[in-house]
Structures are given as C-alpha cells and as structure tokens.
Ligand binder design. Structure first.
Ligand code: NYM
Ligand code: MG
Length: 204
C-alpha cells in the first residue's frame, strides 16, 4: 500500500468494516436524459475508487412483475392505469429486502429511476392530455412522446420543490464527461453523509 491512493482505499475498507451503510443514489429524469449511461459510469467510477457500489434500475424487467411492465411499455399488452401504477410500485417493493440488505452491508446502490418516476409518470398520465400524442408515436414505448415527457418533467419539478427530499439538480445537456464529473462529486458527498445517518424511508 504505497501512495495516497492505497491509503485512501485502506481507509474506505476500514470504514466499511466499522459498519457504515451504503448510500442510496437515485437518478431521476425524463426519458433519454442520459440516466442509464450516467448510472453505469458512476458505478464503474465508484468501484474504481474502492467503494462497493452496485447498479439497479426500475422498472426491473427481469422479474414476473417486470415482464408484465415490459410488455405494457412495449405496447404489447393493455393494463388499466391504476393497476399498472401498482405493478410499478410492486416491482420496487419486491426489491426492498435485497436493497436494505446491501445498504446495511455498506454497498452503495445507484438506482436508475425509483419511486419519483412512479409519481411523475402516473400523474402526468392523469392530466389526460397526452392520449392522442402517445398513440401517435409508433414503434416507440408508451409515454415516449414530447408532450407526455413535458408533463412528467413538470411533475419532477414539483417533487423537487419538497425541501425534505435531498435532491440535487444536474444539467444533463452537457457532455457525458461533464455530467459524470458532477454526479460523481455529488455521489461522494452523499456516500459520506449516508455513513453517519441511519437508514430511513423515502415517504412515511
Ligand atoms: N416508469 C418508470 C413509470 O411510468 N413508472 C415507474 O414507477 C417507473 C419506475 O417506465 N418511460 C416509466 C418511465 C419510462 C418507462 O423506463 C421505462 P426506462 O428507464 O426507460 O426503462
Ligand atoms: Mg425509456
């Protein structure tokens, strides 16, 4: 363990052994904002720095519930609006035991969408205005139309206004590397802060 990098890594391993939990880092935003690219890059960077970090995404389409969601999103099936909202929610809940276990073991979870997408997308839908536009978009997934995304963005902005949620806004219309640098710095702060804070709930 020669240089300062080695020392840093040793300190992190020591911190993990001291029972510090991992951070829950959620990337939210409209479709095509670059969340998946950034989540992958973030996990790679955190791991390279010696953190324990893993990637999750919602919807997680591999489970039974996730398959129903995938088929709905790809417009291969119809699901009643309230029911599909609950399926998205169930798809998160089915992963909660695993997520709690990882976090308490000191693993930082980088999550590509979470409950905020659930709120933003369902409530954007409740505005009803998008139906024609959504149907008009052939070959693409449900919700992936300009007007629908605009309303989802409005909903995200309303959620951001809640001061009890520790959101940071990142301007995604820059280069992948610039966005990555900012997300990485914010994540390192979040990991440090989480280590001293017990695991709580998003909404109680
Ligand atoms: N979506 C995602 C919802 O409508 N509700 C939810 O709870 C979640 C997590 O799924 N357009 C929508 C937003 C996206 C779509 O997500 C597919 P992705 O990240 O493109 O695979
Ligand atoms: Mg998408």
């Amino acid at each position: 363990m020669g240089g300062p990098g080695g020392l840093e890594r040793w300190w992190r391993e020591d911190a993990a052994m001291a029972g510090r939990r991992g951070a829950l880092i959620v990337l939210e935003g409209v479709d095509r904002a670059g969340k998946s690219t950034q989540s992958r890059k973030l996990v790679d960077a955190l791991c390279a720095e010696g953190h324990r970090a893993e990637l999750l995404r919602f919807p997680e389409r591999s489970t039974e519930i996730g398959k129903l969601l995938g088929s709905y999103l790809e417009k291969k099936s119809e699901v009643e609006d309230h029911s599909v909202h609950l399926l998205f929610s169930a798809n998160r809940w089915e992963h909660v035991p695993l997520m709690k276990e990882k976090l308490s073991q000191g693993v930082t979870l980088v999550v590509d969408r979470y409950a905020f997408s659930g709120v933003a997308f369902t409530s954007a839908k409740e505005l009803q205005l998008a139906e024609a536009a959504v149907r008009g978009e052939f070959g693409r997934e449900r919700y992936e139309s300009g007007p629908f995304q605009q309303r989802a963005l409005q909903r995200f902005q309303q959620l951001l206004a809640d001061p009890s949620l520790p959101w940071k806004t990142v301007n995604a219309s820059r280069s992948i590397e610039d966005v990555h640098r900012e997300i990485r710095a914010l994540s390192e702060d979040a990991i440090r802060a989480a280590a001293h804070r017990p695991l709580g709930q998003l909404w109680t």
